[in-house]
Design a protein around this ligand. Structure first.
Ligand code: F0G
Length: 351
């Protein structure tokens, strides 16, 4: 949006920075909150979708990264490091480039979407592919940051979560109230932790009169919070949330319990159904992990756990262009159409 200054300036009164810090921003945040008419009709609720793919690098990670990178630069380090299933590395690479810092990104070999890898390459990050999963990458990144003067910019860095709280504030500012229920995909669990802190801030300060119930959804093959124990070999088509041992486990449980929310698992099949539905009926193209919140919305509406008439916000966390091949193009055949008005009309079922 023209004139939107980025979250640090938009919420200057709520985000503390080191004195004299140079703000590293790509004008992230201020993302659309779109009324989802089809989902509202299907669920009997008023459903809004918070489109985080509209951020500068195409995911919600930019909200945390602007704050983390601003702190890292002010702290005088020359390099940052992160573990990632793809989006954190894309965001860290872009913000490090803007800040003039070196970035190392540790990613699970062969398990990150091509678009995200391309972003890290384009922004000049040092990409280290690990023969292991995200949890192994995070362990190595944390160890490296503890032994060298390198700042860890994963969400275990508390200032990342301060930045991510802004999504909850924006939603309240736009709706003029908090929603009744908030649906999120959950991987490493930083985001659900941050949203709950954001809503709690506004409730405490009297900006809103209530806070939403937090509904956290995980892929069935990578659902440690639902099972109540870490998963050694997480597996899902939604590679962004292929996490077996979430770093913000306690924060997620606090969000669920204090808000009277729930954790639930959804199958890859249901995730892909929601992915197609969102694109085909709402005009919103997201990556598979992001559709997990919508799959969960539909499941809880169908079994009655989502009360009819609720005002619901579903966050869709990343853009569909990051990961188009894996899931979508394998499923459909895109046939070229001969250039002839009749053929076009036939294709549109008009003739
Ligand atoms: N959706 C997308 C598109 C993500 O990239 C992630 C996390 C999540 C949801 C889950 O958020 O971890 O805060 O619970 N991606 C991390 C990464 C793990 O490395 O980019 P979370």
């Amino acid at each position: 949006r023209a004139g939107w200054p980025g979250i640090i300036h938009a919420y200057a009164d709520r985000i503390q920075l080191p004195a004299g810090a140079r703000v590293i921003t790509l004008h992230e945040g201020g993302t659309p909150l779109v009324l989802a008419e089809h989902l509202s009709e299907v669920t009997g609720c008023e459903v809004h979708v918070k489109v985080e793919g509209a951020n500068p690098t195409g995911s919600f990670k930019d909200r945390g990264m602007t704050v983390a990178m601003t702190h890292a630069l002010a702290g005088g380090v020359q390099a940052v490091i992160c573990a990632s299933t793809g989006n954190t590395s894309a965001s860290a690479a872009a913000y490090a480039a803007k800040a003039g810092l070196r970035a190392a990104v540790l990613v699970p070999r062969g398990k990150i979407a091509l678009g995200k890898l391309a972003q890290a390459v384009a922004h000049g990050a040092r990409i280290l592919q690990i023969d292991g999963n995200f949890d192994d990458c995070l362990e190595l990144a944390a160890k490296t940051a503890s032994e060298y003067p390198i700042t860890l910019v994963n969400s275990v860095n508390p200032v990342r979560l301060v930045g991510q709280k802004t999504a909850a504030w924006e939603i309240c500012d736009v709706l003029g109230r908090a929603p009744d229920v908030h649906c999120l995909p959950v991987g490493n669990a930083g985001n659900i932790t941050a949203y709950w802190r954001g809503y709690s801030d506004y409730l405490r300060d009297g900006v809103v009169a209530s806070a939403p119930r937090m509904f956290g959804f995980q892929a069935a093959g990578a659902a440690p919070l639902v099972r109540g124990e870490p998963v050694a070999d997480p597996e899902t088509i939604a590679t962004a949330i292929r996490v077996g041992s979430p770093a913000s486990w306690t924060g997620a449980v606090t969000a669920k319990e204090e808000s009277g929310g729930l954790f639930e698992a959804v199958t890859d099949e249901k995730i892909m159904e929601a992915y197609r539905l969102l694109a085909a009926t709402e005009g919103i193209f997201v990556e598979p992990a992001s559709a997990t919140s919508v799959a969960g919305l539909l499941a809880t509406a169908a079994d009655g756990r989502l009360p009819k008439g609720s005002t619901v916000v579903c966050t869709v966390t990343g853009h569909g262009l990051k990961d188009p091949g894996s899931a979508l193009l394998d499923m459909v055949e895109v046939e070229p159409v001969p250039v002839d008005p009749g053929a076009v009309a036939t294709r549109l079922e008009l003739a």
